[in-house]
Design a protein around this ligand. Structure first.
Ligand SMILES: [Zn+2]
Ligand SMILES: [Zn+2]
Length: 280
């Protein structure tokens, strides 16, 4: 039986993420998750009133600990999304979802990350009575909800969770009157319960984590066995030159003990096209 079967975990979420992740955890490891709605805005908000100061994974861990402290349940789960220019392909917008399980009893932390380019994140600067037809289409409104805010660095006025056209125009009018810049900003509301495309990415992240929890360490049976590093170094298929940095295989490891094992092979020989001697 899985160590987490019939155990309880607490999900810290202000924006109803439970329905997005609970079935995969129940099915994979038998973990029952309850949700506690705590104010996690102190770790940063998408709309920018509060800037995030922790790295995403640290923020997720801090949220999970909040739920543990609040409920006394020793297993906590939380997630943290970063939506913006992709770190590797900056001209594309990506959604990077970190999700973590913190187990205070065993002193372990198991995390996964899911990166997706399927995210609706639109933004426009506008004035009242401007034609918004193209923007609203791009923003997939009202399927995806919107935020209207004044521009400016210091505590902008923001109207969130807009899902109706009259509400949108009224918010533009209201923020415009308060705006020093003479324009307002409309942007996608990226909170999990307002953005169906983000919600789907959280579903995927939850599936990755529950799958990882399902893998037990072959040595100590702690959940969370999986890739922790890569094994490097491979020969070129043409000139037999040795490439130190080429990733040859995955290395699996345990979050509790030091046991490690070579996992899935990634390549046996380096392609000549990737070889600095064959293709300088
Ligand atoms: Zn070569
Ligand atoms: Zn182990």
């Amino acid at each position: 039986m899985h160590p987490y079967a019939n155990r309880e975990a607490v999900l810290t979420s202000k924006h109803q993420k439970l329905r997005l992740i609970d079935s995969s955890f129940r099915q994979t490891v038998g973990l029952e998750i309850i949700e506690v709605a705590l104010d996690t805005d102190q770790f940063g908000t998408f709309s920018g009133e509060i800037e995030r100061t922790l790295a995403p994974l640290e923020a997720a861990v801090a949220k999970a600990r909040m739920g543990i402290n609040e409920t006394g349940i020793p297993i906590g789960i939380a997630s943290e999304g970063s939506i913006g220019p992709d770190p590797l392909i900056p001209f594309l917008t990506s959604d990077i979802e970190h999700i973590v399980l913190v187990d205070e009893e065993s002193g372990i932390q198991i995390s996964e990350v899911y990166r997706s380019f399927d995210i609706v994140a639109a933004r426009i600067r506008c004035v009242p009575n401007q034609d918004l037809t193209d923007f609203l289409q791009r923003a997939d409104f009202p399927h995806h909800q919107l935020i209207v805010k004044t521009e400016g660095y210091f505590s902008p006025l923001a109207v969130k969770g807009i899902s109706d056209l009259d509400e949108l125009y009224a918010a533009v009018q209201k923020c415009f009157l308060e705006s020093e810049a003479g324009s307002v900003v409309i942007e996608s509301d990226l909170r999990a319960n307002r953005s169906p495309s983000r919600a789907q990415n959280i579903v995927q992240a939850g599936q990755l984590l529950s799958k990882r929890l399902g893998q037990l360490c072959p040595h100590c049976r702690t959940p969370g066995w999986g890739r922790v590093d890569y094994e490097r170094g491979a020969l070129c298929g043409s000139c037999s030159g040795y490439l130190e940095t080429a990733i040859r295989a995955e290395i699996n490891g345990c979050v509790q003990c030091d046991f490690r094992e070579v996992g899935r092979a990634i390549l046996t020989r380096v392609e000549p096209a990737q070889c600095p001697w064959c293709n300088p």
